[in-house]
Write a protein that binds this ligand. Structure first.
Ligand code: 5GP
Length: 188
């Protein structure tokens, strides 16, 4: 997606440890107009697939997911990083965060995911694929069909795509970063 690639090159900042900072249009300040274009592209890429529900993880996956859900008129469910005291029947999985260097649990209430669901997972970044693997685990626990995963930015050098494709999961990304070596952003 050219407009996204241009924005990454213009506003993206490279941090040590292979992290791309895109706080000015993805992770802190958001650009609704760009988010809309991204959502339209996700919908085009998955137009051959029947979807009944959009799944994401809080926080940064919520904004793009909401727009996809709005345009497709589908519900959006986000995996929560804290278990609410009011939630008693849930799917839970453990995810390793490479940006924060720690494990955390995410939960989804059982009433919002069922074997009838055909799920599209949307997130901001694909790095090592750990968050995505957690979502695949929750879909499996629920008996829901995971029809694909869409990422705004994929960091190909961290090989999450291979992990997910080896699990039989369809992966689509809107921009692929091939390298952040020497703090230079190289896009495919
Ligand atoms: P993974 O689980 O694929 O290793 O990492 C995906 C999650 O980590 C994303 O949901 C995102 O929140 C965070 N993440 C991974 N790499 C980056 C990065 O380079 N920049 C930012 N802003 N977030 C990242």
């Amino acid at each position: 997606m050219d407009i996204l690639k241009e924005r990454i090159l213009k506003d993206g900042k490279c941090l040590p440890g292979g992290i791309l900072k895109v706080d000015s249009f993805v992770n802190h300040q958001m650009d609704p107009n760009l988010l809309k274009k991204e959502a339209i592209e996700f919908i085009r890429l998955f137009s051959d697939t029947k979807i009944t529900k959009i799944l994401t993880i809080e926080a940064s996956g919520i904004a793009p997911s909401i727009i996809v859900g709005l345009l497709l008129d589908l519900p959006v469910v986000f995996a929560k990083k804290k278990t609410p005291s009011t939630m008693d029947n849930m799917y839970r999985t453990k995810i390793h965060s490479f940006t924060k260097q720690r494990d955390y649990n995410v939960v989804i209430a059982k009433e919002y995911l069922s074997p009838d669901d055909r799920v599209l997972f949307i997130d901001d970044f694909l790095a090592y694929g750990n968050a995505a693997k957690g979502i695949a685990d929750i879909c499996q626990q629920a008996g829901a069909e995971l029809v694909g995963m869409g990422f705004i930015i994929e960091k190909a050098f961290q090989h999450g795509r291979e992990v997910l494709e080896n699990m039989g999961i369809r992966v689509e990304s809107l921009a692929i970063v091939d390298s952040l070596d020497n703090c230079e952003i190289k896009l495919r």
